[in-house]
Design a protein around this ligand. Structure first.
Ligand code: CTP
Length: 411
């Protein structure tokens, strides 16, 4: 994906600048050509020598020095993407005001390529109305923001404001390149760079909540992490993804992904049916309730007797319904989460739900299941495929699943 791609990295004065070294390394390893512009303040955090060595190019910093003038227009036009990581609060404010007091600002003002920003700051700065307004302004210019992460901050406090991890930034850049019309299908050599360019995908993720009354619901422990990782991976390979996400605490803002929030199994069913006909790939990873209260009480139910019976009815099975309307060429992927006897269940689901692939994860496997960052899966295919994978981080598991989807799509 990055082979032959030109990435211009802006590094500003923030503690998170140390992570830009790793980002440069990842980009170079992925085959990109990287040039780095440092703001003067960034030089206090990471040395030009380190950035130059890793990027294999001299680091640019000054707009003009003695008798030379850095051609920011040429730089802005050279790049396929300008990424500013970390983006400090100060540079953000300068950008919002359109100031031009250093090479990075001048290049950003003249850049014709997509611009991706990875902010990094303390939580109180991040939450300040001035920062909110500045970010909104940059988004209104079409600049793309990589969401900050929650975690330990340079101040020692814990909260929102950490710059996204270099691996996440790399994925975001990959998706931005895949979504860009010029680089969409082929690179300069005519090589396919985004195997899912032009494909549409539907992904379900997270739990569903079935209302008992206005206060209570029946839900489950699904976090939505696995489905979100799959949506991200599909988008990074060029697909346009419609993600139907249940009531998860997580969210996602990623190029190529349209997010639709739903609450109940019935809403998820409707959302999927609305989109499936135009979909090439559907991955149903949501933990959908199998039963819902027969009657949803309009008022809060009061306690009366010692026991309370709740009548439940079956929800509509989304996977089975999509399977029954599936057309040739569409790839349908279901999940199976079992506490025992997984293999037979998974094979059974392939048939009963007309799925092309079933991804089995067993709650008995250590490191697999709800809320964890890792998963351990076996993929079963209609074509006899049965492949067990090691325990891996969920983003890598998503890559394995999408590899299998790409193979079955082009088989
Ligand atoms: N699924 C769905 N709609 C439902 C229920 C489940 O689309 N109403 C999907 C899930 O997203 C998942 C797969 O079906 O891809 C899980 O299959 P299911 O038979 O519901 O699994 P279990 O509930 O684990 O199976 P069972 O109750 O048969 O043990």
């Amino acid at each position: 994906m990055f082979q032959g791609k030109k990435i211009l990295l802006g590094v500003t004065g923030s503690i998170a600048a140390y992570k830009s070294l790793l980002l440069v390394r990842l980009l170079i390893k992925a085959g990109a050509t990287v040039r780095v512009i440092q703001t003067p303040a960034a030089r206090d955090f990471v040395t030009p020598l380190s950035l130059a060595t890793l990027s294999k190019n001299p680091v640019l910093s000054d707009l003009f020095a003695a008798d030379t003038w850095a051609n920011h227009v040429e730089l802005g036009r050279w790049a396929d993407i300008l990424v500013i990581a970390p983006l400090s609060c100060n540079t953000l404010a300068k950008m919002a005001a359109g100031l031009c007091d250093n090479l990075l600002m001048a290049t950003w003002l003249s850049a014709t390529c997509p611009v991706v920003l990875a902010p990094a700051m303390d939580e109180d700065m991040w939450r300040h109305p001035a920062t909110r307004a500045n970010l909104q302004r940059l988004e209104s210019f079409g600049n793309k923001l990589i969401p900050v992460e929650k975690g330990e901050l340079a101040s020692g406090l814990f909260g929102d404001g950490r710059m996204a991890e270099p691996e996440t930034i790399l994925e975001f850049l990959r998706a931005t390149l895949a979504a860009s019309p010029i680089t969409n299908a082929q690179d300069a050599q005519g090589t396919h760079t985004a195997p899912l360019a032009g494909k549409k995908a539907l992904v379900t993720a997270g739990p569903t909540y079935e209302a008992i009354d206005p206060v209570r619901f029946i839900g489950n422990h699904s976090s939505g992490k696995m489905g979100i990782a799959i949506a991200r991976e599909l988008a990074a390979r060029g697909a346009k993804v419609h993600l139907v996400l249940g009531p998860s605490a997580l969210t996602i803002d990623f190029p190529g992904i349209t997010l639709q929030r739903v609450t109940s199994a019935d809403q998820m069913f409707t959302a999927c049916l609305d989109h499936f006909a135009q979909t090439d790939i559907a991955v149903l990873s949501a933990a959908v309730a199998d039963y819902t209260p027969a009657v949803k009480a309009p008022e809060k139910i009061k306690k009366n007797d010692d026991t309370f019976l709740l009548e439940l009815t079956r929800t509509k099975d989304i996977l089975r319904t999509l399977g029954s309307t599936k057309k040739p060429g569409q790839v349908l992927v279901g999940f199976a989460l079992e506490t025992s006897g997984g293999r037979e269940y998974a094979l059974g689901k392939l048939q009963s739900k007309s799925a092309d692939l079933i991804v089995l994860n067993s709650l008995r496997d250590e490191g697999a299941g709800f809320g964890l960052d890792t998963n351990k899966i076996t993929i079963f295919g209609r074509n006899g495929l049965e492949k067990a994978y090691e325990k891996k981080p969920k983003q890598q598991v998503a890559a394995d699943i999408v590899d299998t989807i790409v193979n079955s799509l082009y088989a």
